[in-house]
Design a protein around this ligand. Sequence first.
Ligand SMILES: [Zn+2]
Length: 266
Amino acid sequence: MRRILAFALIMIVAITFAEFNINYKVQSGDTLYELSHNFNIPIPVLMDWNPGVTPSNLKIGQTLKIPLVSGILYKPTKSMTLSTLAKYFFIDPEEITAINPTVGSSIAANKEIFVPVGKVNTSFTQLADFVWPVYGSITSEFGWRLHPIYKKNMYHSGIDIGVPQGTPVFAARGGTVKYAGWKSDYGNLIIIDHGGYQTYYAHLSKINVYVGLRVEKGDFIARSGNTGTSTGPHLHFEVRKNDELQDPVAYLPRTNTYVMRRVLSE
Ligand SMILES: [Zn+2]
């Protein structure tokens, strides 16, 4: 109860100073899971605000940034419209302006804004087992292709979806994180095991999950990037069935406004 009262007081102070987070000093007995539960902020969101923090390295007295509501700071590398930004987060533009009253119809490059994150694509979860991990166009399809860096015919193990650096990445299906770290060509990689199926999210700039974490379909898990063998910012996404490569497009929903159109000529 005391903790709730203290939290309410901090909220009021923080809102008065128009900040999006509080600073919290880790106390004896705190765990990442418990903090996530008490503050009602998902673990990947806490990890996004506090790079390098994992359940095993939390230290008493350490200061954590905790957002007032579930959301992350986003800094567009190029100017973009509010509606484009909203699409990257799979939310309505009004959800952004409600929290950032000074934001207009376009957002300047490098202007940092706070964007709420929740579960995405809930409107068509019944239609497909998987959801799109990011909003963007397919820039390279699954299968044989001339490799852009190695300049020879190679099998493309997934699809590439063009998105700017730092775009939120969402779990395509519920499951347990099986791998979270660096892996040669993939760069920063997350592998989620869905029981029979696995999904891969590669070239990430920021990994916000750890091995063993249970995630639900549409949960925020990472930020996209350009790490590993990559010619520009994009998400490389794979679907495997019992470790055998599949064409991810066959598993992703097509009949919703948030479904990407294929762009073959990019
Ligand atoms: Zn790729």
